[in-house]
Design a protein around this ligand. Structure first.
Ligand SMILES: [Zn+2]
Length: 135
């Protein structure tokens, strides 16, 4: 299994491990389903750390904006009709769908978190063993 830097896509021996999150796991499962998974271990190289932090920050900002706008959409579709006495289940569902869809759009800016604290070698060793056993 190669270690690949997520910023520059180059193989590396060092680097900080990238945390698997919902988006990464989903992408991996899709790739496994399509049999195009490379099963690389994703890391961030020391040299690419600045770029990584920028991308992660951008994602977090975008996610926050999307959550706010998603909330506003929900209010427009749900609370406003309620105030004017025109509450409907369809309106509520539409508000929910729009809000969730809009928040989901932030996935296009998705950038995973990296474990910036260096890991203990002992723990890495047991992890690798566990993965081999799993196969
Ligand atoms: Zn890199």
């Amino acid at each position: 299994m190669a270690r690949v830097c997520i910023v520059c896509q180059k193989e590396t021996k060092g680097g900080y491990k990238v945390e698997d999150d919902l988006v990464i796991n989903t992408i991996r499962k899709i790739k496994q389903g399509l049999k195009i998974a490379k099963n690389n271990e994703l890391v961030v190289m020391e040299e690419c750390l600045e770029e990584h932090k920028k991308k992660r920050e951008r994602y977090e900002k975008n996610l926050a904006i999307h959550v706010v706008i998603g909330g506003i959409l929900f209010v427009i579709f749900t609370i406003l009709p309620l105030l004017s006495g025109k509450f409907s289940i369809q309106g509520l569902l539409m508000g929910l769908v729009f809000a969730v869809l809009f928040i989901g759009l932030s996935v296009f800016y998705h950038w995973p978190r990296a474990q910036l604290e260096p890991q203990k070698k002992e723990k890495e060793g047991t992890e690798k063993k566990a993965k081999k056993k799993g196969k």
